[in-house]
Design a protein around this ligand. Structure first.
Ligand SMILES: [Zn+2]
Length: 198
């Protein structure tokens, strides 16, 4: 069944391989760099002030969440500043409750799916249609309007089809091999700090 292929495609990124470990390590590296740079507003030192995220794992029952997940974050130690610094993240795309790669892959899968097949996919991933629709709108509107995209799209030749984002991005990065998915997520990273509203 074709829907199953779509689901398994996503699932294979989560299980039976090391992707979550790789993503976590990459985020730790980004966090280290952020911390080493110190406060952007004064000469303060940054202290850890992570916050907990509860990404919805579409492939697990709600009750079985093996470990707590944190988004790295820091606070300046200087009185009068105390500014929060949250480094870019390869795992989280904005404040969505799903992992960033799920947002990318599921949004890409949406293309070419009939509403009926999309409904089945949504059900199997326990996502409602409004969530999927909101993501689609985000790619087609907020993403294409973002400074990030306006500057970043120049690297693609021939130009990517904006109407089929993020499928066109996935194709350009060739995300079937997993390391290319990582490349795409790394490329999207700057978006996770200067987000157009998600
Ligand atoms: Zn400061």
């Amino acid at each position: 069944m074709k829907i199953q292929i779509g689901k398994n495609w996503c699932q294979s990124y989560l299980t039976g391989n090391k992707i979550s470990k790789l993503l976590k390590e990459y985020d730790s590296d980004l966090a280290k760099m952020c911390r080493q740079e110190g406060c952007r507003f004064c000469s303060g030192v940054l202290h850890r002030a992570d916050y907990e995220r509860k990404p919805r794992d579409a492939f697990r029952a709600k009750e079985e969440h093996p470990e707590k997940v944190y988004r790295h974050s820091y606070c300046c130690d200087q009185d009068g500043c105390r500014k929060r610094h949250t480094p870019a993240s390869i795992r989280f795309l904005g404040r969505r409750v799903y992992w960033g790669f799920v947002v990318v892959l599921v949004s890409a899968m949406r293309h070419g799916f009939t509403p009926e097949r999309m409904r089945v996919l949504g059900e199997s991933l326990r996502m409602d249609r409004r969530t999927l629709e909101r993501w689609r709108q985000w790619w087609l509107e907020a993403f294409v309007q973002s400074l990030f995209w306006k500057e970043g799209r120049a690297r693609f030749s021939p130009p990517l089809c904006e109407k089929s984002l993020p499928l066109s991005l996935c194709k350009a990065f060739g995300v079937r091999p997993r390391d290319r998915l990582l490349d795409l997520l790394k490329w999207l990273c700057p978006l996770t700090v200067s987000t157009p509203k998600i």
